[in-house]
Design a protein around this ligand. Structure first.
Ligand code: FEO
Length: 398
Protein backbone atom coordinates (compact mmCIF):
# COMPACT_ATOMS: atom_id res chain seq x y z
CA UNK A 1 0.00 0.00 0.00
CA UNK A 2 1.86 3.05 -1.25
CA UNK A 3 -0.92 5.63 -1.10
CA UNK A 4 -1.86 7.77 -4.09
CA UNK A 5 1.02 8.56 -6.39
CA UNK A 6 0.27 11.50 -8.61
CA UNK A 7 2.18 11.93 -11.85
CA UNK A 8 0.35 15.02 -13.12
CA UNK A 9 -3.07 16.62 -12.78
CA UNK A 10 -5.57 13.73 -12.37
CA UNK A 11 -3.00 11.19 -13.61
CA UNK A 12 -1.74 8.55 -11.18
CA UNK A 13 0.81 5.73 -11.17
CA UNK A 14 -0.66 2.27 -10.58
CA UNK A 15 2.39 0.10 -10.94
CA UNK A 16 3.59 -3.11 -9.33
CA UNK A 17 7.04 -4.28 -8.31
CA UNK A 18 7.94 -7.87 -9.16
CA UNK A 19 10.72 -9.23 -6.96
CA UNK A 20 9.72 -12.89 -7.31
CA UNK A 21 10.26 -13.61 -10.96
CA UNK A 22 13.83 -14.67 -11.65
CA UNK A 23 13.75 -14.49 -15.46
CA UNK A 24 11.97 -11.88 -17.58
CA UNK A 25 10.32 -13.59 -20.56
CA UNK A 26 11.68 -16.73 -18.88
CA UNK A 27 15.03 -15.74 -20.38
CA UNK A 28 16.62 -12.59 -18.97
CA UNK A 29 17.83 -12.52 -15.33
CA UNK A 30 16.10 -10.20 -12.89
CA UNK A 31 18.48 -9.90 -9.92
CA UNK A 32 16.98 -6.47 -9.21
CA UNK A 33 13.42 -7.38 -10.14
CA UNK A 34 11.27 -5.39 -12.51
CA UNK A 35 8.43 -2.88 -12.22
CA UNK A 36 5.30 -2.92 -14.37
CA UNK A 37 3.84 0.55 -14.65
CA UNK A 38 0.18 1.17 -15.30
CA UNK A 39 -1.48 4.59 -15.08
CA UNK A 40 -4.97 5.89 -14.47
CA UNK A 41 -6.47 9.17 -15.65
CA UNK A 42 -9.37 10.19 -13.42
CA UNK A 43 -11.35 12.67 -15.49
CA UNK A 44 -14.98 13.04 -16.58
CA UNK A 45 -14.23 9.79 -18.34
CA UNK A 46 -11.78 7.40 -16.71
CA UNK A 47 -8.95 5.85 -18.67
CA UNK A 48 -6.44 3.20 -17.69
CA UNK A 49 -3.18 3.10 -19.60
CA UNK A 50 -1.86 -0.47 -19.83
CA UNK A 51 -2.16 -2.90 -16.92
CA UNK A 52 0.41 -5.03 -15.05
CA UNK A 53 1.62 -8.62 -15.19
CA UNK A 54 -0.87 -11.14 -13.90
CA UNK A 55 1.05 -12.43 -10.87
CA UNK A 56 2.02 -9.02 -9.55
CA UNK A 57 -1.44 -7.51 -9.66
CA UNK A 58 -3.01 -8.94 -6.53
CA UNK A 59 -3.97 -5.44 -5.37
CA UNK A 60 -4.49 -4.02 -8.83
CA UNK A 61 -8.27 -3.76 -8.79
CA UNK A 62 -8.20 -2.51 -5.20
CA UNK A 63 -5.73 0.18 -6.21
CA UNK A 64 -8.00 1.27 -9.06
CA UNK A 65 -10.94 1.50 -6.65
CA UNK A 66 -8.89 3.72 -4.38
CA UNK A 67 -8.84 6.28 -7.15
CA UNK A 68 -12.29 5.89 -8.65
CA UNK A 69 -14.45 4.32 -5.94
CA UNK A 70 -17.62 2.90 -7.46
CA UNK A 71 -17.18 4.65 -10.81
CA UNK A 72 -16.33 2.54 -13.87
CA UNK A 73 -13.28 2.48 -16.08
CA UNK A 74 -14.44 3.87 -19.43
CA UNK A 75 -11.33 3.20 -21.51
CA UNK A 76 -8.43 0.79 -21.34
CA UNK A 77 -5.67 2.12 -23.57
CA UNK A 78 -3.30 -0.62 -24.69
CA UNK A 79 0.00 0.78 -25.82
CA UNK A 80 1.54 -2.70 -25.77
CA UNK A 81 -0.06 -6.13 -25.69
CA UNK A 82 2.85 -8.15 -24.29
CA UNK A 83 1.58 -10.08 -21.28
CA UNK A 84 3.76 -8.26 -18.77
CA UNK A 85 1.37 -5.34 -19.37
CA UNK A 86 -1.82 -7.06 -20.39
CA UNK A 87 -1.86 -9.75 -17.70
CA UNK A 88 -4.58 -7.96 -15.73
CA UNK A 89 -6.80 -7.26 -18.74
CA UNK A 90 -9.09 -10.17 -17.93
CA UNK A 91 -9.80 -8.85 -14.45
CA UNK A 92 -10.53 -5.40 -15.92
CA UNK A 93 -12.97 -6.95 -18.42
CA UNK A 94 -14.69 -8.81 -15.60
CA UNK A 95 -14.88 -5.81 -13.27
CA UNK A 96 -15.82 -3.28 -15.96
CA UNK A 97 -17.60 -5.20 -18.75
CA UNK A 98 -18.55 -2.04 -20.69
CA UNK A 99 -14.96 -0.78 -20.89
CA UNK A 100 -13.80 0.31 -24.35
CA UNK A 101 -10.47 -1.11 -25.42
CA UNK A 102 -8.34 1.50 -27.20
CA UNK A 103 -5.68 0.35 -29.64
CA UNK A 104 -4.99 -0.21 -33.31
CA UNK A 105 -5.73 -2.99 -35.78
CA UNK A 106 -2.76 -5.07 -34.74
CA UNK A 107 -3.64 -4.59 -31.05
CA UNK A 108 -7.10 -5.93 -31.84
CA UNK A 109 -5.74 -9.04 -33.53
CA UNK A 110 -3.33 -9.83 -30.68
CA UNK A 111 -5.98 -8.96 -28.06
CA UNK A 112 -8.39 -11.46 -29.61
CA UNK A 113 -5.71 -14.15 -29.49
CA UNK A 114 -5.47 -13.78 -25.71
CA UNK A 115 -8.86 -12.50 -24.56
CA UNK A 116 -11.37 -13.13 -27.36
CA UNK A 117 -13.45 -10.43 -29.04
CA UNK A 118 -13.65 -7.10 -27.24
CA UNK A 119 -17.22 -5.94 -26.62
CA UNK A 120 -16.16 -2.36 -27.41
CA UNK A 121 -13.01 -1.57 -29.37
CA UNK A 122 -11.85 1.87 -30.47
CA UNK A 123 -9.31 1.80 -33.29
CA UNK A 124 -7.15 4.92 -33.04
CA UNK A 125 -4.73 4.10 -35.83
CA UNK A 126 -6.05 6.89 -38.08
CA UNK A 127 -5.09 9.80 -35.87
CA UNK A 128 -8.14 9.59 -33.63
CA UNK A 129 -8.17 11.88 -30.55
CA UNK A 130 -9.84 10.96 -27.31
CA UNK A 131 -11.50 13.62 -25.16
CA UNK A 132 -11.75 12.56 -21.51
CA UNK A 133 -13.18 15.91 -20.38
CA UNK A 134 -10.12 17.81 -19.15
CA UNK A 135 -7.52 15.57 -20.79
CA UNK A 136 -7.13 15.33 -24.56
CA UNK A 137 -5.31 12.22 -25.73
CA UNK A 138 -3.70 11.56 -29.07
CA UNK A 139 -2.04 8.37 -30.30
CA UNK A 140 1.09 7.69 -32.31
CA UNK A 141 1.77 4.29 -33.79
CA UNK A 142 5.33 3.20 -33.05
CA UNK A 143 5.39 -0.34 -34.44
CA UNK A 144 8.11 -2.73 -33.26
CA UNK A 145 9.09 -0.83 -30.16
CA UNK A 146 8.85 -3.69 -29.08
CA UNK A 147 6.00 -5.64 -30.76
CA UNK A 148 4.19 -4.76 -34.00
CA UNK A 149 1.19 -3.16 -32.27
CA UNK A 150 3.14 -0.82 -29.99
CA UNK A 151 1.97 2.76 -29.85
CA UNK A 152 2.36 5.79 -27.59
CA UNK A 153 -0.35 7.95 -26.03
CA UNK A 154 0.15 11.67 -25.47
CA UNK A 155 -1.92 13.88 -23.20
CA UNK A 156 -1.99 17.42 -24.57
CA UNK A 157 -3.34 18.82 -21.30
CA UNK A 158 -0.38 17.82 -19.11
CA UNK A 159 2.42 16.91 -21.56
CA UNK A 160 2.50 13.29 -20.39
CA UNK A 161 3.77 10.77 -22.93
CA UNK A 162 2.78 7.19 -22.13
CA UNK A 163 5.51 5.41 -24.04
CA UNK A 164 4.99 1.66 -23.59
CA UNK A 165 8.26 -0.28 -23.32
CA UNK A 166 10.25 2.62 -24.76
CA UNK A 167 12.48 4.31 -22.15
CA UNK A 168 11.87 1.41 -19.77
CA UNK A 169 14.25 -0.36 -17.45
CA UNK A 170 14.77 -3.51 -15.46
CA UNK A 171 14.87 -3.01 -11.69
CA UNK A 172 12.04 -2.45 -9.24
CA UNK A 173 11.09 1.02 -8.05
CA UNK A 174 12.50 0.90 -4.54
CA UNK A 175 10.81 3.85 -2.93
CA UNK A 176 11.74 6.32 -5.65
CA UNK A 177 9.35 6.32 -8.58
CA UNK A 178 10.32 9.56 -10.35
CA UNK A 179 13.70 10.36 -11.89
CA UNK A 180 14.34 13.05 -9.26
CA UNK A 181 13.84 10.47 -6.48
CA UNK A 182 16.37 7.84 -7.63
CA UNK A 183 20.08 7.25 -8.07
CA UNK A 184 20.27 7.18 -11.84
CA UNK A 185 23.61 5.28 -11.94
CA UNK A 186 21.80 2.08 -10.97
CA UNK A 187 19.03 2.52 -13.51
CA UNK A 188 21.29 3.52 -16.38
CA UNK A 189 22.89 0.05 -16.41
CA UNK A 190 19.56 -1.71 -16.01
CA UNK A 191 18.00 0.54 -18.63
CA UNK A 192 20.76 -0.30 -21.08
CA UNK A 193 20.31 -4.00 -20.35
CA UNK A 194 16.57 -3.68 -20.95
CA UNK A 195 17.19 -1.78 -24.16
CA UNK A 196 19.84 -4.12 -25.54
CA UNK A 197 18.10 -7.36 -24.50
CA UNK A 198 14.48 -6.50 -25.29
CA UNK A 199 14.15 -3.53 -27.63
CA UNK A 200 17.55 -3.23 -29.28
CA UNK A 201 16.81 -5.69 -32.07
CA UNK A 202 14.30 -3.12 -33.34
CA UNK A 203 16.66 -0.15 -33.18
CA UNK A 204 15.76 1.10 -36.65
CA UNK A 205 12.10 1.21 -35.53
CA UNK A 206 13.15 3.05 -32.36
CA UNK A 207 14.83 5.65 -34.56
CA UNK A 208 11.63 5.97 -36.62
CA UNK A 209 9.57 6.37 -33.44
CA UNK A 210 11.90 9.07 -32.10
CA UNK A 211 11.69 10.91 -35.40
CA UNK A 212 7.90 10.69 -35.38
CA UNK A 213 7.77 12.18 -31.89
CA UNK A 214 10.21 14.92 -32.86
CA UNK A 215 8.17 15.77 -35.97
CA UNK A 216 4.97 16.06 -33.94
CA UNK A 217 6.62 18.80 -31.86
CA UNK A 218 5.00 17.47 -28.72
CA UNK A 219 5.68 19.32 -25.51
CA UNK A 220 6.80 16.23 -23.56
CA UNK A 221 6.97 17.15 -19.88
CA UNK A 222 6.66 13.64 -18.46
CA UNK A 223 7.62 10.25 -19.85
CA UNK A 224 5.65 7.38 -18.38
CA UNK A 225 7.11 4.07 -19.52
CA UNK A 226 5.72 0.67 -18.67
CA UNK A 227 8.92 -0.22 -16.78
CA UNK A 228 11.28 1.70 -14.53
CA UNK A 229 11.23 5.31 -13.37
CA UNK A 230 8.79 7.99 -14.43
CA UNK A 231 10.63 10.88 -16.04
CA UNK A 232 9.50 14.33 -14.96
CA UNK A 233 12.66 16.26 -14.07
CA UNK A 234 14.63 15.48 -17.21
CA UNK A 235 12.71 13.50 -19.84
CA UNK A 236 15.19 14.67 -22.47
CA UNK A 237 17.89 12.60 -20.76
CA UNK A 238 16.24 9.30 -21.50
CA UNK A 239 15.27 10.37 -25.02
CA UNK A 240 18.94 11.13 -25.68
CA UNK A 241 20.00 7.76 -24.28
CA UNK A 242 17.54 5.97 -26.53
CA UNK A 243 18.74 7.97 -29.50
CA UNK A 244 22.33 7.00 -28.67
CA UNK A 245 21.66 3.30 -28.18
CA UNK A 246 19.34 2.93 -31.17
CA UNK A 247 21.84 4.61 -33.49
CA UNK A 248 24.63 2.28 -32.26
CA UNK A 249 26.75 5.08 -30.79
CA UNK A 250 29.08 3.38 -28.31
CA UNK A 251 31.64 4.47 -25.74
CA UNK A 252 35.37 4.02 -26.07
CA UNK A 253 36.14 0.64 -24.60
CA UNK A 254 36.37 -3.05 -25.30
CA UNK A 255 34.58 -6.15 -24.10
CA UNK A 256 36.64 -9.34 -24.15
CA UNK A 257 34.64 -12.54 -23.84
CA UNK A 258 36.35 -15.90 -23.67
CA UNK A 259 35.33 -19.56 -23.52
CA UNK A 260 38.00 -21.62 -21.84
CA UNK A 261 37.96 -25.19 -20.52
CA UNK A 262 41.34 -25.40 -18.81
CA UNK A 263 42.49 -21.80 -18.59
CA UNK A 264 44.70 -21.34 -21.65
CA UNK A 265 42.16 -19.28 -23.61
CA UNK A 266 41.50 -17.27 -20.45
CA UNK A 267 45.24 -16.51 -20.14
CA UNK A 268 45.17 -15.10 -23.66
CA UNK A 269 42.12 -12.94 -22.82
CA UNK A 270 43.89 -11.50 -19.77
CA UNK A 271 47.06 -10.89 -21.77
CA UNK A 272 45.22 -9.02 -24.51
CA UNK A 273 43.28 -7.01 -21.92
CA UNK A 274 46.53 -5.98 -20.24
CA UNK A 275 48.12 -4.93 -23.54
CA UNK A 276 45.07 -2.84 -24.41
CA UNK A 277 45.17 -1.17 -20.98
CA UNK A 278 48.84 -0.29 -21.57
CA UNK A 279 47.70 1.60 -24.64
CA UNK A 280 45.39 3.88 -22.77
CA UNK A 281 41.99 2.22 -23.06
CA UNK A 282 40.24 2.53 -19.72
CA UNK A 283 36.95 0.72 -20.25
CA UNK A 284 37.94 -2.93 -20.53
CA UNK A 285 35.61 -5.72 -19.43
CA UNK A 286 36.70 -9.35 -19.49
CA UNK A 287 34.05 -12.05 -19.12
CA UNK A 288 33.94 -15.83 -18.97
CA UNK A 289 31.07 -16.70 -21.30
CA UNK A 290 30.28 -19.76 -19.18
CA UNK A 291 29.96 -17.70 -16.02
CA UNK A 292 28.22 -14.46 -16.96
CA UNK A 293 24.72 -14.60 -18.41
CA UNK A 294 24.50 -13.53 -22.03
CA UNK A 295 22.12 -10.71 -20.97
CA UNK A 296 25.01 -8.79 -19.38
CA UNK A 297 27.40 -9.58 -22.22
CA UNK A 298 24.96 -8.16 -24.76
CA UNK A 299 24.52 -5.04 -22.62
CA UNK A 300 28.24 -4.32 -22.36
CA UNK A 301 28.86 -5.17 -26.00
CA UNK A 302 26.14 -2.64 -26.84
CA UNK A 303 27.86 -0.05 -24.65
CA UNK A 304 31.40 -0.27 -25.99
CA UNK A 305 32.94 0.07 -29.44
CA UNK A 306 35.29 -2.90 -29.36
CA UNK A 307 34.59 -6.63 -28.97
CA UNK A 308 37.16 -9.40 -28.72
CA UNK A 309 35.90 -12.96 -28.72
CA UNK A 310 38.07 -15.95 -27.88
CA UNK A 311 37.11 -19.59 -27.86
CA UNK A 312 38.69 -22.91 -27.29
CA UNK A 313 37.69 -25.66 -29.69
CA UNK A 314 34.99 -28.06 -28.61
CA UNK A 315 34.09 -31.09 -30.70
CA UNK A 316 35.53 -29.28 -33.73
CA UNK A 317 33.25 -26.28 -33.13
CA UNK A 318 33.62 -23.23 -30.94
CA UNK A 319 32.61 -23.74 -27.29
CA UNK A 320 28.79 -24.14 -27.10
CA UNK A 321 28.43 -21.19 -24.75
CA UNK A 322 30.39 -18.96 -27.12
CA UNK A 323 28.19 -20.24 -29.93
CA UNK A 324 25.17 -19.23 -27.88
CA UNK A 325 26.55 -15.72 -27.43
CA UNK A 326 27.30 -15.42 -31.16
CA UNK A 327 23.80 -16.61 -32.05
CA UNK A 328 22.24 -14.06 -29.68
CA UNK A 329 24.43 -11.26 -31.06
CA UNK A 330 23.34 -12.16 -34.57
CA UNK A 331 19.69 -12.29 -33.47
CA UNK A 332 19.99 -8.85 -31.94
CA UNK A 333 21.53 -7.47 -35.12
CA UNK A 334 24.02 -5.28 -33.25
CA UNK A 335 25.91 -3.11 -35.71
CA UNK A 336 29.14 -1.18 -36.11
CA UNK A 337 31.47 -3.00 -33.74
CA UNK A 338 35.23 -3.35 -34.05
CA UNK A 339 36.05 -7.02 -33.73
CA UNK A 340 39.06 -9.07 -32.69
CA UNK A 341 39.19 -12.86 -32.56
CA UNK A 342 41.40 -15.46 -30.99
CA UNK A 343 41.19 -19.11 -30.07
CA UNK A 344 42.93 -22.29 -29.17
CA UNK A 345 42.78 -25.80 -30.54
CA UNK A 346 43.75 -29.13 -29.15
CA UNK A 347 43.93 -31.39 -32.16
CA UNK A 348 42.29 -29.92 -35.23
CA UNK A 349 40.64 -26.67 -34.16
CA UNK A 350 37.10 -25.39 -34.62
CA UNK A 351 37.04 -22.33 -32.31
CA UNK A 352 38.57 -19.73 -34.59
CA UNK A 353 37.19 -21.32 -37.75
CA UNK A 354 33.64 -20.83 -36.48
CA UNK A 355 34.30 -17.43 -34.91
CA UNK A 356 35.34 -16.33 -38.40
CA UNK A 357 31.96 -17.45 -39.72
CA UNK A 358 30.34 -15.26 -37.07
CA UNK A 359 32.59 -12.35 -38.10
CA UNK A 360 31.44 -12.67 -41.69
CA UNK A 361 27.77 -12.93 -40.76
CA UNK A 362 27.88 -10.00 -38.32
CA UNK A 363 29.57 -7.69 -40.81
CA UNK A 364 31.62 -6.15 -37.99
CA UNK A 365 35.00 -4.66 -38.86
CA UNK A 366 37.74 -7.11 -37.96
CA UNK A 367 40.68 -5.06 -36.70
CA UNK A 368 43.37 -7.64 -37.48
CA UNK A 369 43.88 -11.30 -38.33
CA UNK A 370 42.44 -13.78 -35.88
CA UNK A 371 45.02 -15.32 -33.55
CA UNK A 372 44.89 -19.10 -33.36
CA UNK A 373 47.22 -21.10 -31.19
CA UNK A 374 47.84 -24.68 -30.13
CA UNK A 375 47.61 -25.59 -26.45
CA UNK A 376 49.58 -23.34 -24.13
CA UNK A 377 50.47 -19.98 -25.74
CA UNK A 378 54.09 -19.65 -26.87
CA UNK A 379 56.19 -16.47 -27.03
CA UNK A 380 55.39 -16.36 -30.73
CA UNK A 381 51.65 -16.60 -30.00
CA UNK A 382 51.85 -13.70 -27.53
CA UNK A 383 53.47 -11.56 -30.21
CA UNK A 384 50.44 -12.19 -32.42
CA UNK A 385 48.25 -11.17 -29.48
CA UNK A 386 50.29 -7.95 -29.18
CA UNK A 387 49.35 -7.15 -32.76
CA UNK A 388 45.66 -7.78 -32.10
CA UNK A 389 45.76 -5.58 -28.97
CA UNK A 390 47.61 -2.83 -30.83
CA UNK A 391 45.18 -2.91 -33.74
CA UNK A 392 42.16 -2.69 -31.42
CA UNK A 393 43.70 0.08 -29.30
CA UNK A 394 44.73 2.09 -32.36
CA UNK A 395 41.26 2.05 -33.84
CA UNK A 396 39.64 2.95 -30.49
CA UNK A 397 42.16 5.75 -29.89
CA UNK A 398 41.52 7.35 -33.29
FE1 FEO B 1 7.38 -4.83 -21.22
FE2 FEO B 1 7.46 -5.79 -24.48
O1 FEO B 1 6.90 -5.85 -22.72
Amino acid sequence: MLGKIQVADKIYWLGANDRRKSLFENLWPLPNGVAYNSYIIVDTKIALVDTVDFCSGKNYLDSIKEYIGSRSVDYLIINHMELDHSGEIRSILEAYPDVTIVGNGVTKRIFEGYFGSAKNFLDVSKGHELDLGHHQLSFTLTPWVHWPETMMTYDKTTGVLFSGDAFGSFGTLDGGIFDDEINFNFYEDEMCRYYSNIVGKYSSNVQKALEKIRNLNLDVRYICSTHGPVWRENPEKVINLYDKWSSYQADKGVVIVFASMYGNTEDVADYIGRKIAEQGIRNIRIFDVSKTHVSYLIRDIWKYQGVILGSCSYNMEMHPNMQHLCTELQNMGIKEKKLGLFGTYSWNGGGVKNLLKFAEASNWEQVSDAVELMGIPSAEDYKKCDKLAEAMSKILNE
